[in-house]
Ligand binder design. Structure first.
Ligand SMILES: [Zn+2]
Length: 153
C-alpha cells in the first residue's frame, strides 16, 4: 500500500482515525468542500485500529453537520480544527439520528429509486449486539452504515 506524507496545515480541519480505505468515502460526503486543498494519507499504521486514513482540508472548518455525516462511515474518526498550525478545537463525531437525502437506498425496488423524493433513514440499534444500523423510512429495510451509498453532488 502506498503511503503519502501528510504535511501540517496552517488553517483547516484534520480528520484522523478514519477506518483504513474509507478516506475516499469521507471526501464524497464532503463534496461541498472539494474546492479546498485536500491531502489524504491512506492505510497508515495505527496501533489502535490497525490501518487508518487521514484527511486534511486546508482553509475549511467542518460544520457540525459535516462532522456528523462523517460519523456514518467513520464512527472512530477524530476531528481537529487547526488555526495557525495549532489544534484549536476537537470535535467528536456523532452518528445522526436521521439521514435526510444523504444516501441512496440500496434496495433497487425502493420507491426512492424510482421517484424523485428525498431519501430518509432512521438510526436503529441492532437488538442482539447494539450495532448502529439505519432503516429506510420508505421500504423499511435495515442497513449497516457502510452499505449505504452516499449521494454525490
Ligand atoms: Zn428504501
Amino acid at each position: 500500500m502506498k503511503q503519502l506524507k501528510v504535511d501540517a496545515i496552517k488553517d483547516g480541519t484534520v480528520i484522523d482515525h478514519i477506518p483504513g480505505g474509507r478516506a475516499v468515502q469521507v471526501l464524497k460526503i464532503l463534496n461541498g468542500s472539494a474546492q479546498d486543498t485536500v491531502s489524504i494519507g491512506m492505510n497508515l499504521l495505527s496501533g489502535k485500529y490497525g490501518r487508518k486514513d487521514i484527511v486534511k482540508i486546508e482553509n475549511h472548518e467542518l460544520s457540525a453537520d459535516e462532522v456528523n455525516r462523517i460519523a456514518i462511515i467513520a464512527p472512530t474518526a477524530s476531528i481537529t480544527i487547526i488555526r495557525d498550525y495549532e489544534a484549536a478545537e476537537k470535535r467528536k463525531v456523532e452518528i445522526p439520528g436521521e439521514l435526510i437525502n444523504i444516501a441512496h437506498c440500496p434496495n433497487p425496488n425502493c420507491i426512492t429509486n424510482h421517484e424523485t423524493i428525498s431519501t430518509r433513514f432512521d438510526r436503529h440499534k441492532n437488538p442482539t449486539d447494539d450495532r448502529t444500523e439505519f432503516m429506510c423510512h420508505y421500504c423499511e429495510k435495515i442497513y449497516e452504515p457502510d452499505s449505504l451509498k452516499i449521494k454525490v453532488g
